[in-house]
Design a binder for this molecule. Structure first.
Ligand SMILES: [Zn+2]
Length: 363
């Protein structure tokens, strides 16, 4: 019964968060959801948001965080003909962009729909068909005749942020969910839901739920969030790239959709605390939580900044594998979300000062 209500709440959060507009540096809509869900929250001067839950002890202080931003774009200029030139903000592959819908957020808070224009095949030369078109050569059409109309009537200006248009849907098997921005609204939903659950249980520590800004442009918010919270340990919650599709050898797969929460051991930006990884693995085993272990050849998360705060912060990354991230349409499995939630809660309900001392014991 409890897992039914967790599933329902998780779905509600995922739907709301994934559809919110939150390009790097423009995370207000996600911050509003965090505030609505958790009530009394604080922000720092970069826009990171914090919710503190004190348990039975002040220490250890554990930070549970997700990044609020998603990969998006920014308006660079407007052509005389009223078309919008744009720059990617975060990692995109331009193959995935042509003929896709986007939403431009104006200063007045209005979202203007548009489409990234694509030449029809009728006008393509043989050479053009073979090549990758650069984003610099693309434009967004919002249905206007002149630059003046775009500026005055639509209220669009250079600097306005742009995100994919992509409604949240359950697929034919309703455990599979499809939307933009599961990287990282999955982490935000997990952060919010775990803090809400923590308010109902006893825990031997103090926990900060955190939403960071600007992760997709080089983990910028995480640097100030670490200063603000000054945590003893950190759990980074992420929508991580799934690798269970053709072209990746089966024996190298470590992020299959539907196979459980992903415990990341290492990526080029962070070697996770080995003691913390072992502790998470032990908890996953003892609680029967489906999980998979990942050693990543590429990628980075907020762990990069958190682990280097002050004398060092034992940090782990828990991921929900998401296929096709950094595109308009990514797919996750609800059971993986719930596995990540269970493991996060197991850590938060168990980690007391004695366990924390073991995490930072080096031989
Ligand atoms: Zn991410």
């Amino acid at each position: 019964m409890e897992s039914d209500s967790s599933r329902k709440k998780g779905l509600e959060l995922l739907s709301k968060l994934a559809q919110a507009h939150g390009a790097p540096g423009r995370e207000a809509a996600v911050r509003r959801i965090f505030r609505d869900e958790l009530g009394s929250v604080e922000t720092d001067r970069l826009g990171n948001v914090f919710f503190k839950k004190t348990g039975a002890a002040l220490n250890p202080c554990i930070m549970v965080s997700g990044h609020m931003d998603e990969v998006g774009f920014v308006v660079q200029s407007i052509t005389h003909a009223g078309l919008i030139k744009f720059i990617p903000v975060g990692g995109w592959w331009s193959h995935t962009l042509l003929a896709h819908r986007v939403r431009i957020l104006t200063r007045d808070g209005v979202e203007i729909p548009g489409v990234i224009g694509a030449k029809p095949p009728h006008f393509l030369t043989d050479a053009e068909r073979e090549k990758l078109i650069k984003t610099d050569d693309m434009f967004i059409d919002v249905g206007a005749a002149t630059d003046e109309e775009v500026r005055k009537r639509f209220g669009i200006r250079p600097g306005d942020s742009i995100v994919p248009e992509s409604p949240f849907i359950s697929l034919h098997n309703p455990d599979y969910l499809l939307c933009k921005a599961f990287d990282n609204r999955v982490g935000m939903a997990l952060t919010i839901q775990s803090l809400q659950m923590l308010c109902e249980v006893r825990h031997p520590n103090t926990v900060f739920g955190v939403g960071t800004v600007q992760e997709e442009v080089g983990v910028r918010g995480a640097q100030t969030a670490g200063q603000t919270v000054n945590p003893d340990a950190a759990i980074v919650l992420e929508g991580t790239p799934a690798d269970d599709f053709p072209g990746i050898p089966v024996e190298e797969r470590q992020g299959a959709v539907g196979r459980g929460v992903q415990i990341r051991v290492q990526d080029p930006s962070a070697i996770m605390s080995p003691n913390f990884v072992d502790y998470a693995l032990d908890l996953a085993h003892s609680h029967g939580i489906p999980h998979q272990v990942a050693v990543r050849r590429s990628g980075a998360t907020d762990a990069r900044a958190f682990q280097l705060h002050k004398q060092g912060v034992p940090t782990i990354v828990l991921g929900v594998p998401a296929r096709y991230i950094h595109t308009h349409n990514s797919i996750i499995h609800m059971d993986d979300y719930l596995s990540a939630l269970r493991l996060t809660m197991a850590i938060l309900e168990n980690m007391d000062s004695h366990i924390f001392e073991n995490l930072i014991a080096f031989s």
